[in-house]
Every structure is written in structure tokens, then in C-alpha cells.
Write a protein that binds this ligand. Sequence first.
Ligand SMILES: NC(=O)c1ccc[n+]([C@@H]2O[C@H](COP(=O)([O-])OP(=O)(O)OC[C@H]3O[C@@H](n4cnc5c(N)ncnc54)[C@H](OP(=O)(O)O)[C@@H]3O)[C@@H](O)[C@H]2O)c1
Length: 588
Amino acid sequence: MTPPRTPAPAPKPAKGAAPAKGAAPTKGAAPAERAPRTTRSKTEPSTTHAPRRRESLHVFRADTPPAPENPLRAGTRLERIPGPCIVVVFGATGDLTQRRILPAIYNLRRAGLLPPESAVLGFSRRPLSDDAFRTMARAAVDEFSRMPLEKALWDDFAQGIYYQQGNFDDPPDFKALVERLEQIDAERGTRGNRLFYLATPPSAYTEIVDSLGKTGLDRQREGWVRIVIEKPFGHDLESARALNDSVMRVFDESQVYRIDHYLGKETVRNLMVFRFGNGIFEPLWNRRYVDHVQITVAEDLGIEGRGEFYEQAGASRDILQNHMMQLLSLVAMEPPIAFEADALRDEKVRVLRAIDPVWTDARARANVVRGQYIAGWSADHPVVAYRAEEEVSPTSTVETFVALKLEVQNWRWADVPFYLRTGKRLPKRASEIAIQFKQPPLMLFRDTTADPEPNLLALRIQPDEGILLRFAAKVPELGLEVRSVNMDFTYGSSFMKDAPEAYETLLLDAMLGDASLFTRADEVEAAWGVVSPLIDIWHEWDATDAAESADPTDPSAEEEVCFYDAGTWGPQAADRLIEHDGRRWRRL
Ligand SMILES: NC(=O)c1ccc[n+]([C@@H]2O[C@H](COP(=O)([O-])OP(=O)(O)OC[C@H]3O[C@@H](n4cnc5c(N)ncnc54)[C@H](OP(=O)(O)O)[C@@H]3O)[C@@H](O)[C@H]2O)c1
């Protein structure tokens, strides 16, 4: 794909010089004109929304020829620019920081969405100088950035990158952090605005939060202070509650941004626009017209050497509790009273609370399939069984696949099943939400239709992001043959623009103080409230099986896990689950 045109950097003015007309504020300068925020939490100090015009000194323009005008992109530029801040990344040398966070911050700066005064302070255990961390960051951006690294911009950007060695539970290290942040504030004009990002093993979250609290770094004085917490948020309902309690002892909910990067994906965000920005779909979005909903998150990869992690997680904790429950709540929610964080999250929580959290033995057996892959094929090469992967127990019952049927018990959705499936080592990587509508009440063309299909609306989240509507049409012949045809919108060809990475969107939102795409404490707990009891039931079954069979490889000890060949669409039991209701999984 041709890289989109990128804006070029304008020179940074000398200190004390008046900013260019329309420029973003520079250190010590008066802030540029700002649009008023429409929503702001009481406890949050102000954040800024820049005016509609792209107008900033730090906008970067490469010398690439202009892209052809695309009418669909006309008027699409509503850019918001936050005030300058220090992004403090705990776990700065880790995989997530290198792959996602540093490239995302760089891309924001490159797109002109980050004031040049902004800084990044990496905090980790290993001893590194600022320069060594800058070299590490440069290599990461070089390798993982969506946009290529531009030397001139990088040199300027890198001056704002710092490193602080420290241990998460060491008070002197946090005292040193306080001093370092004050120094950076003074040096770069970041005005006390801090975004703490916990890109660390989850076991470290509580101690970092405690350490921030003890050193007073949680308090908002001159500027704003926010904390981004990576997924997984808890291991089950109890641990999620305990973590929420620890975080709330130090921070106010309005300062907390629990991240699920799925919510930053363009297609997921577009789901809300699709539903609530159009008048024609919402009247059909209910039990009267919708037969059922299918949500699929399929991965072709296996566990990629992360056996130790996956043995603790499984598909339910890794994907179902967070990504899939989020998709479900976005599909099923009522229109919020405003496009504002708490209004949105109130509605999402209502959906999660409308799902029965009680999993009896009978309900789990009838409505859920727990699967695990055995040896098979991935594309054109053979792959080993899950149990033969490194760091995986040869008798593991951890699910690499789960399919289930849920019901959202409210007036809109009563009796409309939601079928969810996710798995590893499936034939392809594909995520989709499919809304299948009911058949017309009277099938006038039954005799001339080979296989009457109901209307279907498919929202493709990845790959080939887009929306497909399937409906019946007459074949252009003398007779009256009817077939289903597709009306297909794809982002790539319609907007001819690379979508930002989810982490770019989410980091920018956190800096702007917009929590719409982050999960609230009650939301995380409500999602765990549905998934946690199911995992508990499986554990009970496993314990009973183990007690009944001295030999854990005895097939009777495995009857609760349904095996599937790698490279297939999961166990046959998953097909039976939906076929039992006279429906079938959509072929992706
Ligand atoms: N990797 C991904 O793509 C991804 C995707 C989604 C979510 N996540 C989540 O993001 C988080 C981080 O994952 P990761 O893969 O980046 O982990 P990782 O590669 O293991 O990195 C852990 C980081 O934490 C630092 N650290 C650990 N203990 C420390 C201590 N006591 N004091 C100071 N620093 C300490 C390490 O520093 P040293 O190396 O200097 O010891 C390292 O920088 C996890 O919660 C994970 O679930 C990751």
C-alpha cells in the first residue's frame, strides 16, 4: 500500500520567540486558542481540544507527493491535541513498550498530535543511561512503527526521552522518580501533567500503585495525573475486585484508564458510529428483527512460545473476558444519552449485567464448548498439539478454544442468542460480528430461490476491515431466480488512509482525558462476573475427573475438553452447539 502523505516538521521556534500564527503552544508560551471540552470529570483538571484546523508547529511533513484527493476524506479532520505531558512507562524495557507504546508515541508526534514539549520517561530494573534507552527506543521504532522513522524528527523527539532505573517496590527509587519528574517538568515545560503507564507483569500493578501513592505522585496539583493499566485486569472476579480496591485506595476512578487495545481498533470504534450515527439500522437492532448474533475472534497462530502465560490464561481469560465481552456489550448496548465516557460505559455495564452470571452444571454443558488443539496443520506446515508446546503440561485441560451461547436478558434482546467463539490454531486470523436477521414473514420467492438465506450484516474487525450487507436480488434473466448478493464497504478502498494503531488512539485519548474507550471498574467486574463462574465450573470438573481417574491420560479424564485438529474451525461439539438451535456458524 502507498504510505499516506505525512505532514512535514516546521522548525521549532527559539525559546521566548512568539509562536507562528496558528502554532501549538511552546514551552512557556501562552496556550493557543482551544475549543471547549464538552465533557469533563469534576476531578480532572482541564485538557485541551485543538481547533478543527490542522495548525501546529510540530506537524511533520515529509517530502512525498500529495495523495490524490479522496472525497470521502473531505472534512474528516477533527484533531485533538493534548497538553504536553510526561509519559512515565513502567516496564520500559519490556516487549509491550518496545513493540507498541514507543512506536505509538512516536507516531502521535509524527502526526502532529503530540506537543513537542512532551516527554517519555522509561522506568525499569536494568541499569541504562538516557542515551542507551534512546538507542533502544530508536531500534524499537525503526522495527515496529507504522510510519517510517524520519531522522530529523527523531533527533528532536529523542531529546524528550529519559530513563530512570528503579525497582517497583523500592521507596528510594520512587523518591528519585519524583525528583526526576520535577526536573523534566522544568526542562521541557510539561506543567506537571503525567501519564503513568503500567506495562509490567500484572503482579507488579499493586506495588507500583502503592509506591506512587506513598510518594504523592498520584496527586494532581498543577496539572493532571492519570494511570493506564494494561490487561489482564485480574485473573478472576475476586482478584479483579482486589486490584480495583488497591487502585482506588490511591487514585480516583476518573484518573484510571484500564486498557483493552481491542477498543482502540478503528472498526470497533466504528461500531458505535454505525449504530448511532445512522438512522436506518437502530430500528432493526432488536429481537423483532434479529434472529441471532455471532461474534468470532479467530487466530491462526498457536501460543507462540508463551506456554507459561497461556497455561494460566486460556482462551477465556485471554480473549473472552475482555475483547469478546467488550464487543458483545457494544453490539447490544442501548444508545447512550451522550457520546461521553460515563454514559457509554453505563450502557455497556447494563448489557453485562443482563447476562445470567449463574453457571449451573447443566447450563455449562448445554451452552459452552471448551476445546483444545491437537497436532494438525497451520497453512502448509505441520504443527504440534497444545500439550506438546513448551512450558505446557502434557495433561493440560486449558482451553485454546471456547464457543458459547449467551443471552442478554432485557427487552431489546430477550430470546436472541449471542453465539461467541474464539480459538487458536484455527484456519485463519479473522474477527467479525455477524448480525443475522429473521427471514421475511412470508417467503414469496421460496420456489425460485435455491437456498433462501436470511439477511446478514457482518462487521469485519480484522482483516479487510469493513461492513458487509447480504440481501436477496433477482438474477438478471427472464425467469425469477433469486440469489443472495453482497454490498461491501471496506475501509482500505473507501478512505485510502492507513488507520492508526489502537495504541495510538488509546494513548492520545488518555492524554486528552477521554475515557470512553477504557473500561471502568464496574465494567471489568461485570465481565468477570460472567466468565469467572464458568472457569470455576471447569476447575470443578477437572478436579472431579482427576479424583476419579488415577491415570490423568485416561480418556475418561478428558471428556470435558473437546479436542480439535490444528487448522480446523474447532471441535465438532461447537458445530453441534449452534446446529442444535437450527443455525450454523458463518464461514469466514
Ligand atoms: N507484549 C505484548 O504484546 C502485550 C500485549 C497486551 C498486553 N500486554 C501486557 O503488558 C504487560 C507487559 O508485558 P510485556 O510482554 O511487555 O512484559 P515483559 O516483556 O516481561 O516486560 C516486563 C518489564 O517490567 C520490568 N520489571 C519487571 N519487574 C520489575 C521490577 N520489580 N522493578 C522494575 N522493573 C521491573 C522489566 O524490566 P527489566 O527487563 O529491566 O527487568 C521489563 O521492562 C503485561 O501485563 C502483559 O499482559 C502485553
